[in-house]
Design a protein around this ligand. Structure first.
Ligand code: FAD
Length: 259
């Protein structure tokens, strides 16, 4: 398999950096090809701006989706974005790796998504009718490819449990797993989460390393999160609500979007 790791941490001697090396070595040992986009080392530009769209006249009002679509269709996006898009097309498997910062990904990684997921490339594709609503949520550019997250937290596992004060980790990661990975078609694997990492000692690292190696060894066989696909009968079109007969009306929350 060809694996792309998009990695966001500013410190080369960090725990995340050590875990990234573990993942790369284990994947290569399994015979996979690996590329890493180390966003901080690349000095990745994280904010969307006029400069992202060379076709657009400087005086013209920036409408981001339109400019993104026009730039993508004309093969006229900036080189840094095109390079990342080529890596995404190359990879069978995408890993996003990051420390949890304010309950989500660091800004530099969100900015990678904002800029690389162009309109016409990762979203805004497919027909709309009374039967289907674009190629998304299980269909799309990355259909047939796998993706997962590697995340470290300061908080304890209990803090992220169903009744934990931070909210359940699966809920916090839902916008990334479902909204950023499943939306453009990836088959999403359960996340690898390392909790309570701030005072990790050598023994703790060794346990973590073993757990991560096991996940990398099974990356091509791990059963995915069974998200419901959009255009296959579970949702009413165009309101995109889950059909009432599929879940009790009182059932709400992110988990209803899993089979
Ligand atoms: P590092 O600080 O690099 O290392 C952590 C520990 O691992 C150190 O004690 C280090 O000595 C040890 N270690 C053991 N073995 C090794 C090794 N081989 N290599 C390197 N280090 C090793 N946490 C939450 O839970 N929720 C949040 O919302 C949240 N928001 C945050 C927001 C910000 C802006 C910041 C800075 C932190 C936040 N945190 C939060 C905490 C954050 O998630 C953790 O600090 C982070 O996940 C730890 O990963 P790291 O790579 O930065 O660890």
């Amino acid at each position: 398999m060809k694996v792309l790791i998009v990695y966001a941490h500013p410190e080369p001697q960090s725990l995340n950096s050590a875990l990234r090396d573990v993942a790369v070595h284990e994947l290569e040992a399994q015979g996979h090809e690996v590329q890493v986009s180390d966003l901080c080392a690349m000095n990745w530009k994280s904010e969307v701006s006029h400069a992202d769209f060379p076709l657009l006249d400087k005086q013209t009002r920036l409408q981001v989706s339109n400019a993104s679509k026009a730039g993508f269709n004309a093969n006229a996006l900036t080189k840094d974005v095109q390079t990342e898009q080529e890596k995404l097309l190359w990879a069978d498997t995408l890993i996003l790796q990051f420390p949890l910062w304010w309950f989500t990904m660091p800004a530099i990684l969100k900015g990678w998504v904002d800029r690389v997921y162009s309109c016409g490339f990762a979203h805004g594709i497919g027909d709309h009718s009374d039967k289907r609503w674009g190629d998304r949520y299980g269909e799309g550019k990355f259909e047939g490819k796998r993706a997962m997250l590697i995340v470290t937290t300061g908080g304890w596992e209990e803090h992220y449990s169903l009744r934990g004060i931070n909210g359940p980790i699966d809920d916090l990661l839902f916008p990334i797993n479902h909204g950023i990975l499943f939306y453009p078609g990836y088959t999403v694997l359960p996340s690898f989460v390392a909790y309570k990492t701030d005072r990790l000692d050598e023994a703790g690292f060794s346990t973590l390393e073993k757990r991560l190696r096991q996940r990398m060894q099974t990356i091509d066989t791990t059963p995915p999160i069974p998200y419901r696909r959009q255009n296959f009968g579970d949702y009413l079109i165009p309101t995109m609500q889950l059909r009432p007969e599929l879940c009790l009306p009182s059932a709400t929350g992110f988990s209803i979007h899993q089979e």
